[in-house]
Design a protein around this ligand. Structure first.
Ligand SMILES: Cc1cc2nc3c(=O)[nH]c(=O)nc-3n(C[C@H](O)[C@H](O)[C@H](O)COP(=O)(O)O)c2cc1C
Length: 194
């Protein structure tokens, strides 16, 4: 699979079925993030791969309502970083960008490996830190829900709207609202509508 195909295939699917997340898969995902660019090569990204049955069971306590579908995860990746571990140039703090670049590569590699890797913001960072023993000072930026796409659009854990979402990718903004050439365009001052 080339990069373009992985970009097109990647979806934040929610209807998941179990898949074994082997040590090799974990290594492949780590390696994809490890090679990402970062400010001054600071590599701010940190990951905890949760994949034992017991640990996954505990992580369910950290999920917000609305993310019940994530209970079918075969692996949950906690993604975290510290501001101080990356460039801070006046008001520009690069650790979120850096971690996002690493994670972006990881998501594409997961797609190439036939996995769903779906980042979520709907979780409790406090509970996550407590369950996983992540010390204070780290910002838990996202959890990534990993599994295999179920052939059914609803494995039983999705609400109606989420089931509908499995069928097609949510609409993207018009291109002119996200880029211009040579000079800023007022059309770039646009927020996505839902
Ligand atoms: C930072 C971030 C937070 C997200 N949080 C959630 C979430 O809490 N629950 C959920 O079901 N999807 C979540 N998503 C998935 C987005 O809704 C999804 O990526 C978006 O609708 C585009 O769909 P696509 O990824 O399939 O193209 C999140 C995605 C990102 C990047």
């Amino acid at each position: 699979m080339d990069v373009k195909e992985a970009i097109e295939k990647r979806r934040a699917y929610r209807s998941l079925e179990p898949v074994e997340i082997t040590g090799e898969i974990v290594m492949e995902l780590v390696e994809a993030a490890r090679l990402a660019p970062s400010c001054f090569n600071n590599q701010p990204w940190k990951f905890v791969f949760v994949r034992s049955k017991e640990a996954l069971e505990k992580m369910k306590e950290a999920l917000n309502k609305g993310n019940e579908w994530a209970r079918a995860a075969s692996c949950i990746i906690a993604v975290f970083a510290k501001k101080e571990y990356d460039c801070v140039i006046k008001e520009r703090e690069y650790y979120l960008l850096g971690t996002g670049l690493g994670l972006g590569q990881m998501l594409l590699r997961a797609t190439e490996l036939g996995l769903v890797a779906h980042p979520i913001a709907g979780y409790s960072p406090e509970k996550t830190a407590e369950i996983l023993g992540i010390p204070e000072g780290f910002n838990i930026i996202t959890l990534v829900i990993v599994g295999k796409k179920s052939p059914k659009d609803n494995n039983g854990l999705l609400n109606e709207k989420q089931e509908e979402g499995e069928k097609q990718r949510p609409e993207r903004m018009a291109r002119e609202n996200i880029y211009s050439v040579d000079r800023y365009d007022d059309r770039l001052d646009t927020k996505a509508e839902h």
